[in-house]
Design a protein around this ligand. Structure first.
Ligand code: ACO
Length: 317
């Protein structure tokens, strides 16, 4: 297909929230969170919105790509935790970095970045877009119920971005939606209408952990097999897999099902937790800057989350 990654960037806020500190807020422990999820600490924004964090990742990606914001033809962002319903997070990022191109958000929860990447890739394939910025930025700490130990221990804040252009490195992609709100939802609360009579759940991440877990293991395995098949390779040919950083056990089970060693999976959930749409680009940026990537490496990206949704794509470095 028709894109290449020209530069990547990531940003996480400075404030570290450790499992031990969380244990003073809800009834949990470092041992439980480490064993059941794999998170040791996460970053929490104390003064930056999702868009402000997104702009910082975007600037780093632009620098890495060696282009300026006014050269961008398109910005596609993903978020479920923007501080504003309007303007979109991407429109705010556009202003902050000094770009002038069209900017809009997609919402596919934790799979959002890969949905945004595929959207931007389609714009480039259509023609008329030379450079696009794709980003995931989340201030999930804003929408968590900090008294619910089954959700608040999992998530963190942060942002990640790619600058992409025309190329031949995007070997295939797959997007999947299994619509419904019974397993995972983020209701936005009652709102202001004095006329609306239906009961509405308060603003928070509501999640059936075990159902999400099963969906995740099934979809990672199916989606990675599918993109391998599309590209005429085996999953064991992947040099790197950059997964959504939700739970160490999910990744371990998927790895076992696929027969792929854990060393091929890029992991940082111990340091950042689940940053939803920012998780894949933050992890990819760490890999890209680690010096471990070799020209020609096959890198699979995969994610899953609310929607329910999942996505995967394959990149030749
Ligand atoms: N500390 C201590 N105990 C806890 C905690 C906690 N933080 N949370 C739950 N428990 C308890 C439960 O109350 C339960 O106790 P009980 O047996 O006495 O009833 C016990 O631990 C086991 O609870 P489970 O929910 O069965 O725990 P599980 O092993 O399934 O782990 C978790 C829960 C971490 C949520 C897991 O199911 C998971 O990771 N699911 C996937 C989540 C995910 O990937 N989400 C991604 C999408 S998010 C998005 O799109 C916005």
């Amino acid at each position: 297909m028709s894109i290449q990654i020209l530069g990547t960037g990531a940003y996480v806020p400075e404030r570290i929230l450790t499992n031990d500190e969380l244990s003073t807020m809800v009834e949990t422990s470092d041992e439980w969170i480490t064993q059941r999820v794999g998170v040791k600490e996460r970053r929490i924004s104390t003064c930056e919105s999702a868009a402000e964090m997104g702009a910082k990742a975007a600037q780093r990606a632009l620098e890495a790509a060696g282009i300026t914001a006014d050269q961008l033809d398109l910005i596609v962002g993903a978020t479920v935790s923007s501080d504003t319903g309007c303007p979109s997070m991407s429109a705010l990022v556009q202003e902050q970095i000094g770009a002038h191109c069209p900017a809009f958000d997609v919402n596919s929860a934790c799979s959002g970045f890969l949905f945004a990447l595929d959207t931007a890739a389609a714009f480039i394939a259509r023609g008329g877009v030379q450079y696009a910025l794709v980003l995931g930025a989340e201030r999930l700490s804003r929408i968590l119920d900090w008294t619910d130990r089954s959700t608040c221990v999992i998530f963190g804040d942060g942002s990640g971005a790619f600058v992409i252009g025309k190329g031949e490195n995007y070997l295939g992609s797959h997007l999947h939606t299994q619509g419904g709100d019974s397993v995972l939802s983020i209701p936005l609360g009652k709102g202001n209408s004095p006329f609306y009579e239906k009961e509405v759940e308060p603003l928070a991440v509501h999640m059936s952990g075990q159902e999400t877990f099963k969906f995740a293991v099934k979809q990672i395995s199916a989606d990675l097999k599918l993109i391998a098949e599309q590209a005429g390779v085996e999953v064991t040919d992947f040099d790197w897999i950059v997964p959504h950083q939700a739970n160490y056990r999910i990744i371990e089970l998927a790895a076992r099902r696929l027969g792929v060693p854990m060393e091929k999976f890029v992991l940082n959930l111990d340091r950042y937790g689940n940053t939803s749409s920012a998780s894949v680009p933050i992890s990819f940026d760490e890999l890209a800057r680690s010096g471990k990537l070799k020209k020609g490496d096959l890198i699979a990206l995969c994610a899953f989350g609310g929607g329910l949704s999942s996505a995967a794509c394959l990149i030749r470095w």
